[in-house]
Ligand binder design. Structure first.
Ligand SMILES: [Zn+2]
Length: 264
């Protein structure tokens, strides 16, 4: 099934997988479909944004910049693990790449890594990646030093698994930009073979599953923050608990209520 997901199906798939989703206003009609084809789709491409903390990275991926109009991806996954949807359709993220890689992704026929690309944007015979791949632009400076927080990495894996599950693909349908184009180095610091194994691990379970997840019974005086601090070691992870349990109002928990907890 290689027909692109509708906006509604993409959102539903991401939420069911346990992602924290933020729909950037206007994303459903933001695309480059007037400039080229969109679909059939065959995979998900992972990128780093090359941005630091002072940049409105979500706005950048939505709008693009003076030399490259947006959207620059289907979504932007920020360091706090939120999946910001920025584009519904063709986006300027992949550019030209290697058709042999595309064939290997379509057939999911490679072992741990697709064939090394020897094409890039502008190469003779390059394949049009923007027509074929969803793209996640992931907030990172791309200098090899900027860390990938666990909550962000997990969101990248989960968002990719959501798309793969919706299409009936395996983790082999997810590649890094550097596996597509011999000009690219992103996502620097992510081992894509390990990333694909992590996607496959999610796909082997029900949507929303997390390794080492457990249950907690709410006691009097608890808040999501206090539970996250005591059980996960970081109060900021209260958002993960809210997402996992589909809590509409995070303040609305009652003693005796059972909450699923993500892995520590
Ligand atoms: Zn890239």
């Amino acid at each position: 099934m290689a027909t692109p997901l509708t906006a509604a199906r993409l959102v539903a798939a991401l939420r069911a997988e346990g992602c924290t989703v933020h729909e950037v206003p206007g994303w459903r009609t933001n695309n480059r479909n007037h400039k080229g084809t969109w679909g059939p789709v065959h995979g998900v491409m992972i990128h780093h944004t090359v941005t630091g903390p002072d940049v409105d990275v979500v706005g950048l991926i939505f709008r693009g910049h003076s030399t490259l109009p947006g959207p620059l991806a289907t979504g932007c996954i920020t360091k706090d693990g939120v999946v910001h949807l920025t584009g519904n359709g063709r986006a300027n993220h992949a550019g030209g790449g290697d058709g042999d890689v595309l064939e290997a992704v379509i057939g999911e026929s490679y072992k741990t890594r697709p064939p090394r690309p020897d094409k890039h944007d502008g190469s003779a015979g390059a394949a049009d990646g923007n027509a074929r791949f969803y793209g996640w632009e992931c907030e990172n400076e791309g200098d090899g030093k900027d860390p990938w927080p666990k909550v962000q990495y997990d969101a990248m894996v989960r968002a990719t698994a959501a798309v793969c599950r919706a299409h009936g693909w395996t983790g082999k349908s997810a590649i890094g930009h550097l596996e597509w184009s011999d000009w690219k180095v992103d996502p620097r610091g992510i081992d894509m073979a390990a990333f694909r194994r992590d996607v496959d691990e999610l796909l082997a379970h029900e949507p929303g599953w997390a390794a080492g997840s457990s249950t907690y019974t709410v006691a009097r005086g608890d808040t999501l923050w206090s539970i996250a601090a005591s059980k996960l070691g970081d109060g900021n992870r209260w958002r993960e608990i809210a997402t996992l349990n589909r809590l509409k109002n995070p303040d609305d928990i009652t003693p005796g209520q059972k909450l699923k907890l993500p892995r520590k």
